[in-house]
Design a protein around this ligand. Structure first.
Ligand SMILES: Nc1ncnc2c1ncn2[C@@H]1O[C@H](COP(=O)(O)OP(=O)(O)O)[C@@H](O)[C@H]1O
Ligand SMILES: [Mg+2]
Length: 233
């Protein structure tokens, strides 16, 4: 251990670091030491002999992930950190998806589309369907598809969702479901996932493969999430 991390904690923090049985949720203001608790809790778990491979530490933003990695590294040293799964939801899901890609019929080295890749793919879908970008502004189409994916709705689930269909009809964009379907097909053909697909396909992976779900459940016995307020869980 690089430093005696327990002595720098106040009583409430020390309790949250030391009691590692069962789930806990820490709610406290900015700068009050939540990340400190989380990083010390990881250090404490490793010191108690919990293998690094049983821990999964998640954050929502890259900035928070970087900070967490640096702070854990300064507590336990860089060697141990190498075996910890620590990162954003998206990066951890991407790692799981690369490992299990074949179960979803994606190549292991699938491409991850950034926002501009997504946008150009969406625009070519709009064009291919002979729709007008004035009636279907790409940014708006993308945001609807993104919302659907974050609600874990595939293109076919979206098309089967009466409420979504009525809303698209009411806003005079009844072909969004078709754009979504074509976009999903194009992405698959290109061996590509967009950011939202990382969430959607991880969910599909675990829904459809209960043995894979058990595998990850058994492996990650301790899941720690920083900046939980930024998630949509
Ligand atoms: N008990 C403590 N005693 C002294 N400094 C602390 C204590 N807890 C946290 N800090 C320091 O306060 C700052 C903010 O802590 P941090 O864990 O980043 O807060 P949060 O994640 O809640 O915003 C950090 O520099 C941290 O080292
Ligand atoms: Mg913090």
């Amino acid at each position: 251990m690089k430093e005696n991390y327990l002595k720098d904690l106040n009583e409430a923090q020390r309790q949250a670091v030391e009691d590692i049985t069962g789930p806990s949720l820490i709610i406290a203001g900015a700068g009050s030491g939540k990340t400190k608790v989380l990083t010390c809790r990881i250090a404490n778990m490793l010191e108690k002999g919990i293998p690094a491979s049983a821990l999964l530490a998640l954050t929502f933003t890259n900035k928070a992930a970087k900070e967490m990695k640096e702070r854990v590294s300064s507590l336990v040293g860089p060697e141990k950190v190498r075996y910890l799964w620590m990162g954003t939801f998206h990066s951890v899901f991407a790692r799981i998806l690369r490992t299990e890609a074949q179960l979803l019929n994606f190549p292991q080295n699938f491409t991850i589309y950034d926002k501009s890749d997504s946008k150009s793919a969406i625009r070519s879908c709009i064009k291919e369907l002979k729709l007008d970008e004035k009636a279907y502004p790409p940014a708006e189409v993308i945001s609807r598809i993104s919302r659907a994916k974050n609600n874990l709705r595939t293109a076919s689930a979206y098309a089967a969702d009466d409420q979504a269909m009525q809303a698209d009809e009411a806003s005079r964009k009844p072909r969004i479901a078709d754009i979504y379907a074509l976009y999903a097909k194009k992405c698959r053909l290109a061996g590509a996932m967009d950011f939202d697909d990382l969430l959607l396909y991880t969910n599909i992976l675990f829904q459809q493969n209960s043995q894979i779900l058990s595998l990850y459940r058994d492996r990650f016995r301790y899941i720690l999430v920083d900046e939980y307020q930024d998630t949509n869980l």
